[in-house]
Ligand binder design. Structure first.
Ligand SMILES: [Zn+2]
Length: 248
């Protein structure tokens, strides 16, 4: 950009110590894979796009239905029945036409998942089930890719950042060795609409920090209790016998 160009969308990042021109260049050159564009993914993707992350890959096999509209803010009533990735890509292109957005309208598994993870700088997992979370975590450990993981249900949310160095730091499976059914999907449990938005927004914060090179602690799980309007964090230790990152 020439020096006399008027201030643009990145002006506040350029003014921010720790980001600046170098950090914003890293953001523009970065790529992120979003697993799920539901309530969490919509919020995270909006801020990654508005912040100018150069390439976003959206992965979701689902279509928009009316029960999504309260919390999945990239969709409106006219989108019901359409694939979420297609609608999300259109909205994100409106937010920032200068970035590259691609869509995977299927459940990524196995080699395809690992290839998709290997192809990006960071993965944001906002999916709603443990089978996918474990598979995404495995792919991130196998490829040495940073993973930002978030979940929200009822009035509660949680967030953690893992990797990209898994030799001494824990992975998601060190936190949850088995599925925790109390965190399973919000269909039967209910969720207050903005709670996934809080978590998705914080995932975007962590992703941008990682991309720009700002330090961020590992081995911590941040817990949001909306009922008490409180955050707390707990330590997550690396497990030597972790089925994913441990010494076998
Ligand atoms: Zn582990």
């Amino acid at each position: 950009m020439p020096d006399d160009a008027p201030p643009g969308r990145d002006a506040r990042h350029l003014a921010l110590p720790g980001i600046g021109a170098a950090g914003q260049q890293r953001i523009a050159a970065a790529s992120a894979l979003l697993i799920g564009v539901g309530g969490i993914g919509c919020a995270a993707a909006s801020y990654l796009a508005s912040s100018g992350v150069g390439r976003l890959v959206l992965s979701d096999f689902d279509t928009v239905d009316a029960t999504n509209l309260g919390r999945q803010t990239l969709y409106g009533p006219g989108d019901i029945g359409r694939r979420k990735v297609d609608v999300a890509a259109e909205r994100l292109e409106q937010i920032n036409p200068d970035i590259d957005i691609s869509c995977v309208a299927e459940r990524l598994t196995g080699d395809a998942l690992e290839a998709a993870v290997a192809d990006v700088d960071i993965v944001l997992d906002g999916c709603d089930n443990f089978a996918t979370r474990f598979a995404v975590n495995e792919a991130c450990v196998a490829t040495g890719t940073c993973l930002v993981s978030g979940a929200a249900i009822r009035l509660e949310g949680q967030l953690a950042v893992f990797g990209p160095d898994f030799s001494t730091a824990p992975c998601y499976r060190c936190l949850y060795e088995e599925a925790d059914e109390s965190l399973e999907n919000c269909a039967g449990n209910g969720v207050l609409a903005p709670v996934p938005g809080v978590i998705g927004t914080m995932m975007a914060v962590e992703a941008l920090k990682f991309i720009a090179g700002l330090p961020s602690p590992r081995g911590r799980l941040l817990l949001y209790d909306a009922a008490d309007a409180a955050f707390r964090s707990v330590g997550v230790s690396k497990k030597n016998h972790c089925p994913t990152c441990g010494q076998h």
